[in-house]
Design a protein around this ligand. Sequence first.
Ligand code: HEM
Length: 401
Amino acid sequence: MNSFDTIFQSNFKRGAFPFYSHLRNTDPVFAAWENGGHTTWIVSGYEDVLELLKTQSFIKDQSKVFSDSGRSNDLPLETRVFQHMMLDVDPPDHTRLRKLVQPYFNPKRIQELSPRIEVIADQLIDEMKAQEGSVDLIDEFAFPLPIIVISELLGVPSEDREKFRRWSNTIVSASDNMNTGFQEEMKEFINYLTLLFAEKKKSPKEDLISNMILHEEEGEQLTEDELYSMIVLLIIAGHETTVNLIGNGIYALFEHPDQLEKLRMDHSLIETAIEESLRFYSPVDFSTARWSDDDIDFKGKRIKRGDVVLASISSANRDERKFDCADTFDVTRKPNQHMAFGYGIHFCLGAPLARLEGKIAFEKLLSAFPSMSMTGKHDESNWRDMFLLRGLKDLYVELNG
Ligand code: HEM
């Protein structure tokens, strides 16, 4: 069983679920570690996580707690970019920023992308068919599909996806944002965006970045820093999450052959299977940080000013008080009120897009390769070594196995 001493070490993901269950039953608001006199708390039960994500007693903007947190225009843009993301600010800034991009992600508009997403999925499947031997489903399908979609939506060249993959990987894997490698990569990312924005200003198109630039130029709705922050956030969110929904979901099906068979026989179960994949192997393991700007009593614990509180989304989604047979993977599960997309005002903006991509991915893969099977050694050491997210390093399959 894991302890939080091992949380940053390799393969924490492997023993995470028994550990979460232990936490829920013994210490549901758990003082995980101390840093500079401040405690980081992990909240693990479903109802408590719901309350944490709903309440505005805890805040996102740490500059309101620490006057020396370095929110200053003197800092380089590659640092400032992390201070203006909608995910890290509170109302009214959060409300204004979210309102600007919300129209691009509403369910009706996302549904209109369906034919294009199907074409992209078909192309990737044709490319896989042309390969010999086993194929890495992550590299060849689960990764490129959401990337091409988000690149087209934003208006960034999808040929540059390997660069974005590197940059977003650096960001989500960073335990210390100040290390030099991180700063260098961020500088490169920002320089790339600066050139891209200049090009869009010269010849705007019908894409999200061109429209955001118009808002920035009007100067009332979006500052230049916020423009950079918004695009960095959308690129990271688009690169690091849906790939894990597709990869983790297909992996869970291989792990549970009876459920895979059920789905193969009846594709109308794909929607519930997607929801169950989101619950069972939640792509976002922990919420982002919430800060306490006062001494607050939360569920019997004294959370001091400056402490950090994290919601364990994966743990909440396996809470046996909320879900019958919570550790059972059931593609027919209904209702399934998981919290894989968070809750409250920061509820995932991209949820309709992620769900649609997941649905198309499952449908296309099951139709094109009805006897696909997993190859190679697959134990749980295959999880990538990341704290916040849960995703596989690779997933080798025999397409007609
Ligand atoms: C399966 C895929 C995805 C999962 C599981 C997921 C999960 C989440 C979660 C849990 C949060 C809330 C974090 C918190 O409150 O600390 C969140 C927020 C967010 N997500 Fe996603 N996400 C996914 C896909 C996407 C996509 C495709 C996009 C868009 C490109 C996106 C954009 C965002 C944004 C912008 C926020 C911040 C919203 C706000 O602060 O109001 N996500 N996501």
